[in-house]
Design a protein around this ligand. Sequence first.
Ligand SMILES: [Fe+2]
Length: 392
Amino acid sequence: MIIHTVVFRFRPDAPADAADALLAELRTFPGRYPQMRDFSLGPNVSTRDSTFTHAFSVRFDTAADLHAYLQSDSHERFVRERWRPIVEQHHIVSYETGGRAGRPRGPYGMEYARIEVPDMARTIEFLQYHVGLQLEQRTDEYAYLRADIEHHSIELISAPERTAGHTSAVGYSVESDEVLADLRKRVADAGHEILELQDRQRGFCSDGFGVRDPNGLIVELFTGFLEYAEPPLAELRPVDLVHPFIATPKYEESLDFYTNVLGFLSSDEIVGSTTFLRCEDRYHHSLALQNNKEHYVAHLCFAMKSFDHVMRARARALYKGEPIASDLVNHSASTSIAFYMHDPAYGPRFELCDRHRVFTPEEHETHRPRRMPPDPRNIDVWRPAADDWGRF
Ligand SMILES: [Fe+2]
């Protein structure tokens, strides 16, 4: 990314209306040169150096974009006919920032999963007591449960014909209308069908659409997700739904879809096995893809308030004999400590974790994903040896 800055001073005898006209014309530049981003212009307010009266600054994704602007006929004419006659002196600095601010934006973060379950009453009981969610709405057909202020983090659909729970959709919020429009365009340009949001979901957000990932899982993207004024009063509850972990036989195709179309960024990779992808909320991963013979949503991860709360939830699971599918692990990728519960009747495994890494804004733009060999110690740093694959 290039930041291009120009500082300048008008001639003392420049007519005021000509100077104003020049400033007004500069302000039309972002509309005339579509490669320009974040244009700003203003008078010099420095108390240290008043050599120049004004400055403007603009960002280009590439040096080629900057040169295309500078060498355009319209720019040459502007400099010759309007700039030089009234500008006495100027300096120009264009510098490379090394960031990826010109990259396409991804979704902001995960908000919910939609799970079809054979026994809604039992699943609700499990999610309330063992995961700590609060039931907000329930009919014979569906139920909504929330973790924090966001409208819901789990939507249950009654599916008595199923023998096991099945995750049919995941929902991600998007930070602005502009990013949502860009995502919609990228999805359509890549040849994917744009789906209407599910009817009820349309009422819970400002705007959005759905798309099927290469495995058929519906991904819903939206702005303006409804939120409550306060989180649930329950003490033992998650603070956020962080990610789904998706097993897929279409690993490369799925990676391409989530990174190149939806704009997720790779945080780390267990080579050939698993890739951890992050969104704009900067959690280490808001989605994980695993190379697998079958497609299924393997787990959903909730972040708890503290490690103490993870252990309290674990104590409840032990007390009630709820199956712990994978006991305490220390994840190398996200630095989180977690355990997993699993009863297929409720859908995926439920991972309760603490200290899932959140990148700083700078790390988010500059992080290079680690490429780690498939070794249990690269998944759980508490594993003592390279052959300790049991207990996952
Ligand atoms: Fe996870």
